[in-house]
Structure formats: structure tokens, C-alpha cells
Unconditional design. Sequence first.
Length: 125
Amino acid sequence: MSGSIFGHMAASLRDYLAELSDHARADDDTDAARLARTELPRVVAALRAVLDEHRPDRDGRCPTCRTRLFTRAPSPCRAYLTAHLCLLVNEDGAHDDTADSHRAADRRVVSGAGLVDGHRTRLAG
């Protein structure tokens, strides 16, 4: 799959995000602020576009995640759950909007699939 168009897109997106993270951590405050002003709106727009594709229907289910015509899509949607966990939930699972929690979230490495599956299990239980 590494030779497919998806493989190339995935690699270039990973490289772009890694480069942004590296510059945000290593650059001085002025350069980091300049980077944030130019790149953060693009990243936010990309995340909004993904979330728009996964907007829940009136029953709270994601039509994009539905795998078959007459099956129910997983709830909550993987895209929304992953975004929520990565951006708004601290390591203890509590909702936290403090600046310290955001800095801690930036430092930790999140395994999207494992984190999402574990949180979905806790929500269902």
C-alpha cells in the first residue's frame, strides 16, 4: 500500500504534522507565533472538514462511518471521539480546558485506535 496514492498522502500528511510539531517545540517564540498564525487556521480548517464529513444524523449516528446499508454506525463516531480525546480530555479521562492540560496533551503521544477503542468501551459500559 505504500506505493498507492493513499500511502503517499498519508506519508506527506504525517511529515507535515511532524514538521509543524518540531517547529512549534524548537523555534523561538516569535517564529512559533508566526507559524501558529499561518498554519493553525489551515489545520483547524482541515479538522473541521473531517468533522463535517462525520456530522451525526438526527439519531446521533455517523452516516460516514456506517459500513453497511442496514447496520448502525458506531456511536460515538471515531472521528469525533478521536478529536475530542486528543484535544479536550486529559490523561486521567477528565475533561480539562486548562492551558497546562493542553501543553501536556501536546507532549504525550496518543495512539488513536487504542485510545478510541478503550474510551468507547468505557462509555458503553
